[in-house]
Design a protein around this ligand. Sequence first.
Ligand code: HEC
Length: 121
Amino acid sequence: MTTRTATLAVATTMIGVLASTPAAWATSNGVVTGMGHDLVQRLCSACHMVEPGQSDPPNHVGGPAFQTVANRPDITERSLRRHLRATHSNAMIPLAMPNPQLSEDELIKIIDYLISLRIVH
Ligand code: HEC
């Protein structure tokens, strides 16, 4: 009886780069594109206008356009963080904003994106 030894070479090399995507990069108009933009398109655009230059029509119901929010003088990174970590809808106000359940990383990228929409006068 012969014994055959099979050697299995297991390639453990990961192809590609580990998640080292640049968080964001500024375009010529100063709006941060990249992960934050992708995230808001995916997670927020059902209820909000998320693109720069978009504003809500007069009788709009639902979430305010992100550029409109960004331009409010009371909006800061802190206020956005507070808003995005809370649940605003409940049995009495079911159409208010649900808690988006963001990771810390997503939160940072989304806040960067929102602040970048601010029009500096
Ligand atoms: C189901 C609809 C819905 C989704 C999804 C949603 N929002 Fe909202 N959002 C609202 C509504 C309605 C309001 C206004 C009333 C309120 O605050 O609940 C609002 C308000 C806001 C405001 C204004 C806060 C302020 O201080 O006035 C911000 C900023 C915001 N949303 C960000 C986001 C982001 C970022 C996402 C995605 C991660 C998101 N929203 C997803 C419905 C939504």
